[in-house]
Structure formats: structure tokens, C-alpha cells
Design a protein around this ligand. Structure first.
Ligand SMILES: Nc1ncnc2c1ncn2[C@@H]1O[C@H](COP(=O)(O)OP(=O)(O)OP(=O)(O)O)[C@@H](O)[C@H]1O
Ligand SMILES: [Mg+2]
Length: 342
């Protein structure tokens, strides 16, 4: 979603439930160079809070992080959380630009489950049929409240907002693999999972839902009678392994992961029905994709190929940074994609 236009020097800011992350890149003739990056943990629940005090606290964390990382611009591109965004992909007959604007408004009213006055919406033409000239268009809408709140947060941090996007648009940019024209990005974070179908580097379809790593930890804590810290450790150590701890962690995590993967399969099916092509590859990202044995599990369960996404693959950086960047690759796809916005 581009609420404002512009292509100035900026940094990308990803406000996750667990960490805020920033990246700045310099670009010359489509080649990116890493200038600065960093992440800072945020207090639990703060990113979901509406209170002014919490917004100011979060703003201070962002300001400190930017300073610490050596960011030297106030211009920022950030992302509205996927769970506050609605989207719909629609097909439209060929028409003039003015007609298109009207048709989009009508389609937004029909397809977005909120009053049109309460949302800000934007659209992107995904494709045009070469014979019928029929357009496939994706409409993205976010509640005005959420947009206002993001702008308020960023103004507390003294930042100049160039654009607010969605994290899936950003990830499509940083994780696209040229040799795999059609794929599904699966970002399993802390409170949110995001699904993005990308074709030739472009986002075609996206979906978010509030089920991810935090839900797994909470379920382990409840079922095994552990506190949240212990449950987190058990999750990270044993994951989906069936022979460790008599598979107790596996038994708790498996149904949650299956729920997540059922959503992914549903998206793949929906894409196939709409576009007639089957998705054969999942690009896995997000902190929860570190769950031990997850790739094997996903392969068996979804029958799709699985690989880890690497947002640094189109970025050059000092070789001395290579280990550190590889270590955080699974958590930085959104921040890198936001930094790549032209
Ligand atoms: N080794 C591991 N095994 C399993 N889960 C892990 C591991 N390391 C981190 N996680 C989980 O990853 C999650 C954090 O992921 P990430 O940093 O992508 O989230 P976020 O971007 O801050 O939040 P969100 O995207 O939901 O707003 C936490 O739930 C954490 O428990
Ligand atoms: Mg995230």
C-alpha cells in the first residue's frame, strides 16, 4: 500500500511482535549494498497496544535502534501489520483509467469486509490477458485507524514516512528467486503468519492470520505445565522431533503447525482455481521457521518443495558481516524488502 509516493533515500522498518528491525541499503543500477541494519526486542504485547504511552515507548525503542545502527536519514518505509490489512484479487474487463478507478472502488466495497469510509485502499495491476485484455487487479485496504496509529507512532519517533506497505509486498521483493517464477512465501513469526503467492517477483495473493510461534509456546506451557521461558526452550530444542522427550513437544506443536499449513494449502488451491497453475514451492521464513525438523514436516504434509528464504541474496555486504547476516536471514525479509522499495 503506497499511502504516499516518493523514492528518496530511506530505511526500512519492520515492527514485529517480538522485535523491531531496520535496514538501510544504497542502490545503484539495481544492485543493493548494505549500509546499516539492526534489531531490538520489544516488550510483549506492546505492538498490539493502543495506548499513547506504549506508542511513545515503542517510538523510543525505534529511535534508539536507528541511532545505534548508524541510520543517517529520517525517511522511513514501514509496513502495516498483515492482520490489519484486507485484500482481494479481482478480474476486470479492459477499461479507461477513470473507469478503472470507479470499478476498483466498487470492487473494494464488495470485497472488503469493512465500510469503505473506514479504510484506505490501494490497488496494483497484476496482469493483463494478452488476448482478451482482461485485467487481474489486487486491491489492498487497511483501516484508517490502523494507518493513523502507525503515522502517530512514526511521528513520535520523529520520522518522515515515505510509504506504508504490507509486509508481504516487502517480502515478495526480498525473497523472490529468479529461477522459481511461482512460489509461496510462508512467514511464521511470533503472533502472525503471513502467506504470499508470488509470481515473477510480484505479489499475487496474500493472507495473514494470528497463529504462529507464540501460540506454540503457550500451548507447550499449558500442556506440559511449564512456564513460558521453559516452554520456549523446549520448543526450540525439541521442535517436531518425535523421539525426544517421548514426542511430548511434537504432540502439542504438530496440530498448530497443521492448522497453519492447512491455510497455506487452501491459498495454493485458491490460486490454482483462479489462475490454473499449481504452486510447487514454499519459501520459508520468520523466526518460527527455525523449529527443529520443520522443513521435512512441511514437505511431507503439503507435498511441496521447501526452501529457506534469503533476503540478503541480492545485497552485497562486507565479508566480515557474512556470518552475522546469515544468522538473522530468517528474521529480516520484511525489513530488507522495505529498504529495497524504489
Ligand atoms: N529455534 C527456534 N525454534 C522454534 N521457534 C523459534 C526459534 N527461534 C525463534 N523462534 C520463534 O520465532 C518467533 C519470532 O519470530 P519473528 O522474529 O519472525 O517474529 P516477529 O517478526 O517479531 O513477530 P510477528 O511477525 O509475528 O509480528 C517466536 O515465536 C520464537 O519463539
Ligand atoms: Mg515478522
Amino acid at each position: 500500500m503506497n499511502i504516499f509516493g516518493g523514492s528518496k533515500e530511506h530505511f526500512g522498518l519492520d515492527i514485529g511482535a517480538n522485535h523491531v528491525r531496520i535496514v538501510s541499503l544504497s542502490a545503484s543500477s539495481n544492485k543493493y549494498t548494505l549500509e546499516a541494519y539492526g534489531q531490538a526486542p520489544v516488550p510483549p504485547g506492546i505492538t498490539q497496544s493502543d495506548s499513547k504511552l506504549d506508542l511513545q515507548k515503542l517510538a523510543r525503542i525505534i529511535t534508539e535502534l536507528a541511532k545505534h545502527a548508524g541510520i543517517n536519514t529520517k525517511n522511513v518505509v514501514s509496513a502495516i501489520p498483515g492482520t490489519s490489512v484486507f485484500n482481494a484479487t479481482v478480474k476486470l474487463p479492459p477499461m479507461s483509467q477513470a473507469e478503472l478507478e470507479k470499478a476498483i472502488k466498487y470492487q473494494a466495497e464488495q470485497n472488503i469486509p469493512l465500510k469503505i469510509e473506514e479504510v484506505k485502499y490501494d490497488y496494483q495491476i497484476i496482469s493483463e490477458d494478452s488476448t482478451t485484455k482482461e485485467l487481474t487487479v489486487m486491491i489492498i485496504a487497511a483501516t484508517k485507524n490502523k494507518v493513523q496509529q502507525m503515522l502517530e507512532l512514526l511521528s513520535y519517533a520523529n520520522l518522515n514516512v515515505l510509504a506504508l506497505e504490507t509486509s508481504t509486498v516487502a517480502m515478495a521483493r526480498s525473497l523472490a528467486i529468479p529461477t522459481v517464477p511461482l512460489a509461496m512465501i510462508l512467514d511464521i513469526g511470533s503472533t502472525t503468519t503471513e502467506i504470499a503467492v508470488i509470481e515473477n517477483g510480484k505479489l499475487i495473493q496474500t493472507r495473514s492470520f494470528p497463529l504462529a510461534g507464540f501460540g506454540m509456546t503457550r500451548a507447550i506451557s499449558q500442556n506440559l505445565g511449564l512456564d513460558m521461558n521453559q516452554a520456549e526452550q523446549f520448543k526450540q530444542r525439541f521442535g517436531l522431533s518425535q523421539d525426544k522427550l517421548e514426542g511430548q513437544v511434537f504432540k502439542v506443536v504438530e496440530p498448530i503447525l497443521k492448522n497453519i499449513l492447512d491455510e497455506a494449502t487452501r491459498s495454493a488451491k485458491f490460486y490454482q482455481e483462479q489462475f490454473g497453475k499449481s504452486i510447487e514451492r514454499i519459501i520459508l521464513t520468520g523466526g518460527s521457521s527455525r523449529l527443529p525438523q520443520i522443513t521435512e514436516f512441511i514437505k511431507t504434509y503439503t507435498k511441496m518443495e521447501v526452501s529457506y528464504g534469503n533476503p540478503w541474496s541480492n545485497v552485497s555486504y562486507r565479508s566480515a558481516d557474512s556470518d552475522k547476516l546469515n544468522e538473522i536471514a530468517l528474521e529480516f525479509a520484511t525489513a530488507v524488502g522495505l529498504a529495497m522499495r524504489g
